[in-house]
Design a protein around this ligand. Sequence first.
Ligand code: PLP
Length: 419
Amino acid sequence: RYPLSALGQKMLRLTGVREIMRDIETATAAPSARPWINLSAGNPLVVPELERLWHGIARRLPSAEFGEVIGRYGSSRGYGPFLDTLAADLNVRYGWNISPRNLLVTPGSQTLFFILINLFAGAMSDGSRRRVLLPMSPEYTGYEGVTLDADTLASTRPAVETDGAHTFRYRIDPHDLVIGEDVGALLISRPGNPTGMVIPDAALEQLAGRAAQAQVPLIVDSAYGLPYPALNRVAMRPLFDSHVVHCMSFSKAGLPGARIGVAVADEAVIEAALSFLSNMNIHAPRLGQALVAQAIHDGSLDAVCRTVVGPLYAAKAQRLQALLREHLDGLPWRLHSTDGGLFGWLWLEDLPIDDLTLYARAKAAHVFVVPGSFFFVGLRGQWRHARECLRVSLTASDADLDEGVRRLAGVIRAAYDET
Ligand code: PLP
């Protein structure tokens, strides 16, 4: 209706996953005799133990504290008791030496990535331009949505290693990474979305070393990692030093609606991000922070993540692997070694059709997955592998996973049979 700014236009563009979310809404709105199965969702499973935990703490919250967190504005950094509890928890767990001055709470970690990407990349005050380099590709598509310009992200092609009959791994060599003068930050998710890969501790340390050499921050997105929600299925150690920004989210620990993201970083980085947040949001919502402070303090969040949530997704990952083995027998499929996270990342070697066509055909069979090419920022047109992959969500019920993979496998087999 009204003319939009260039930024407004850019923000309205449908990025890959948003396009699919809209597609799902449209498709499932029409009456259909055949049930739809959604294996594309990033929404975490509703875990009864987590629901009970959060509901119980909310009910026990003293009324004075309730009044304080919803009836007053607070500090832009975050809710004091939450900051104190989290700093102490991280120090005990990892031997760090952080204080609340190293922390910033944002309304979800997506907002944190908006802030960090636009702090370190884009038009610089000296007239030059800087970009954020993703050492890994495929990588979380949500980073693309928060850039203000189209070419703010650059990514690197990893080596592809086959490590079993039906498994593979990406590998990045931090020594080979070219960090030019136009790079303002490095950014990697760990465990990764979509791959589930946990970059090994040693490689992460090497990446941090490269970042330090280049005088840029290494941003580590730990939305699925330690200490919460701890969806890693291999041993890993979070890293913190003066060049690392460790980013947390409580969304996958049962609080996606509470919107809690946290940056752990050098005080100077936190101060810059805090000013940005203060201008934009004043501060993050505080009710959820009050709940999390309790659940960290009494150890209940740690217990539920370790004994319920982690094992739940580990079982889903195993189920997916078994289903693929059963239904894709004889075909050249490979699943990325699933070190953690919410997704299965499927590579269909030499697939005769591209991933978008496969997505459309799966949709015709009433099953949604996410076409892999969306995750290869900057490499989509340049690498055949980028058009041979699919992301399958582990957040479906067992029955939906079983039926969805059966339908998907039928479509995949038909595509290979065409040649
Ligand atoms: N990072 C990764 C890797 C994600 O997958 C997501 C959401 O799914 C986010 C960040 C953003 O999560 P939130 O804003 O809920 O913290």
